[in-house]
Design a binder for this molecule. Structure first.
Ligand code: OYP
Length: 577
């Protein structure tokens, strides 16, 4: 449905004034006192309606609304979305409680195969693929590149001092005629470092303590086998007896070590990559936009479609997911105090630079990694988005001075930098916009994060987490300290129990499935812009997305494990889930 805007006409003295409400205007272009007064009133009203609040210290500030019911109607889900959201969740939880019951009264829970009895079949080919291949080292490596947390891996030029891997230990993983030193120099060694997890307090669930580790994992870009893990340590401050797990160890020991890495991955992925770096970052822009830009402002028109439903889903997340008695408290190891401490640590080091994909890849030293589809596709989408926003910006701003003099825009960025990202001295976003280029970068970051980046982290979560041993949400026993003592019993006592596993599947399915009312990237169903030039730019943006779509489909044709999370038609226009 396309909404068309009415045309307003009136007289000021003898002068006939005619505006199509659809025409975007910056404050400099609106010279009539009445219109200026109208902008001012609109903003005063909006600032009364949308207020900043500190939900918790040390993370981005957010909308002042204790629950979604406190949001203004404009920011609410429509009926269809609400009932779908609520039904889908109940459906998943019900389905899985039935499974849980059959296990309770059925056989024992003592082998990895038992996870198959609660596994939801036929839901996702990737989840099934995962169930078959999760133990394989190449598959572990693949997930660092194209799994649900593709931003953790970094090049390792020099071994960290707290990770004393020797050349001997890993020689058997190396290709012929090479060794660890040579490969470090050649740039073929990579690292996953979960130092941020070190010392995070862990949850107690139904009276039982849960456990957290802070692993280090070394990977090798093998010429034939691809990226494979070659050494794992589960502690940041090793002593003499801290084991370094290796692929040549007893298979169950190596497997359990990898599961510990994947358990950290669950926490970092959900709380940091997903919640903090997409949901909460985008909410800041969202609140500032509603407070500081009137609806006729071109930047409001540009951003509004990328902010649909974000306030409501975030409110629901705060009340039901990460709240005191929320899902995290009930089934995840970082539930309770842990999750906030973890998010605060990440927030302290969050940079504006790291939200820009080119910098993110070059800073992590991963530009050369082959088969890094997430990187390839994100860069294509970034370019398309950046060129679209640059086009729009140039329609309304002729020069850098126009940007500097747009006081609404300046109030907007001040709100973002000083109110939203408060107390973040090293974030790296100035509270003044001095050029068109700075404006374009910020807009591209806002749109990229609410579309591509969210899709890359959110949409695969059922695929990668449904087979619970591949990405466990909690661990019920401490990390192993003796390689030779690892048994299947120990593994089963460590992994999530039946009921935790069922909740993990239900919630990740609920959040990861395609949304029935999704609006794909670049589809603007409410016609905010009405000018021909702007409409042409939208058309061009869509054409570019179509070309990207084609390219991604061609690249994936016949591929056993396709990467389609950034297929433009599957990327939503905003964070709605
Ligand atoms: C909101 O029990 C959201 O009713 C999800 O939050 C689920 C609910 C409500 C319903 C909970 C209930 C969405 C926004 C967000 C986010 C990002 C973090 C997602 C983390 C997912 C963790 C899955 C946990 C599985 C054990």
């Amino acid at each position: 449905k396309v909404l068309t805007f009415p045309c307003y006409r009136w007289f000021i003295g003898d002068v006939k004034v005619e505006i199509r409400a659809g025409t975007a205007k910056t404050v400099m272009e609106d010279s009539l006192p009445q219109l200026l007064a109208h902008r001012k009133n609109e903003l005063q009203e909006r600032q009364k309606t949308y207020r900043w609040v500190t939900w918790a210290p040390g993370i981005p500030r957010c909308i002042d609304a204790p629950t979604e019911a406190d949001l203004p109607q404009d920011a609410r889900f429509d009926n269809e979305k609400r009932s779908d959201f609520e039904h889908s969740l109940h459906y998943a939880l019900l389905e899985l409680s039935l499974k849980k019951l059959t296990i309770r009264f059925g056989k024992s829970w003592d082998d990895l195969e038992d996870f198959k009895r609660i596994f939801w079949k036929l839901r996702s080919p990737i989840a099934e693929y995962c169930m078959k291949h999760w133990k394989e080292d190449w598959f572990f490596g693949y997930q660092c590149l194209n799994g649900s947390n593709p931003r953790m891996i970094q090049r390792c030029k020099k071994l960290p001092e707290n990770f004393p891997v020797t050349a001997d230990m890993v020689q058997s993983s190396m290709a012929d005629r090479t060794n660890l030193d040579k490969e470090l120099k050649a740039g073929n060694i990579y690292l996953l470092d979960y130092a941020i997890m070190d010392g995070i307090p862990s949850n107690t669930i139904k009276g039982k303590p849960q456990y957290i580790a802070a692993p280090l994992c070394l990977l090798y870009q093998h010429p034939d086998e691809g990226l494979i893990p070659i050494a794992i340590q589960l502690d940041q401050t090793p002593d003499r007896d801290t084991p370094i797990f290796l692929p040549k160890d007893p298979p169950l020991a190596w497997l359990l070590a990898k599961m510990w890495v994947r358990h950290s991955e669950f926490q970092v992925f959900q709380l940091l990559s997903h919640l903090l770096r997409t949901h909460l970052v985008v909410e800041v822009v969202c609140v500032a936009t509603l407070r500081q830009l009137p609806a006729v402002h071109p930047i409001y028109k540009l951003l509004a479609p990328h902010q649909r439903y974000t306030l409501e889903i975030n409110c629901r997340g705060r009340t039901q997911l990460i709240s005191e008695n929320g899902i995290f408290k009930r089934v995840v190891s970082t539930g309770g105090d842990g999750l906030l401490i973890l998010a605060q640590r990440e927030y302290k080091v969050l940079t504006y630079r790291s939200l820009q994909p080119h910098y993110d890849f070059s800073d992590r030293g991963v530009s050369q990694l082959p088969n890094y589809f997430y990187r390839e596709h994100s860069l294509m989408l970034w370019e398309a988005i950046h060129s679209y926003v640059s086009g729009i910006v140039s329609l309304y701003y002729q020069s850098d001075r126009d940007v500097q003099e747009d006081l609404e825009l300046q109030a907007w960025i001040r709100d973002i930098a000083e109110e939203g990202f408060a107390e973040l001295p090293d974030f790296g976003l100035s509270s003044k916009l001095s050029s068109k280029e700075e404006l374009c970068t910020l807009l591209a970051v806002a749109i990229f994060t609410s579309t591509a980046q969210h899709a890359a982290t959110n949409n695969g979560q059922f695929d990668w987490c449904a087979w619970v041993p591949n990405t466990p949400c909690t661990m019920r026993q401490p990390p192993p300290t003796d390689k030779d003592a690892v048994t299947m019993n120990m593994i089963m006592a460590t992994l999530p129990d039946v009921s935790q596993s069922c909740v993990q599947m239900a919630i990740t399915w609920h959040l990861g499935r395609a949304q029935p009312d999704a609006i794909p990237l670049g589809q603007y169903t409410q016609q905010h812009f009405t000018e021909d030039h702007a409409l042409e730019l939208i058309e061009r943006f869509r054409a570019e997305l179509k070309a990207i779509e084609k390219q991604i489909l061609a690249q994936n044709e016949g591929v056993e494990l396709p990467y389609l999370f950034l297929l433009p038609s599957r990327v939503e226009n905003s964070i709605t889930i």
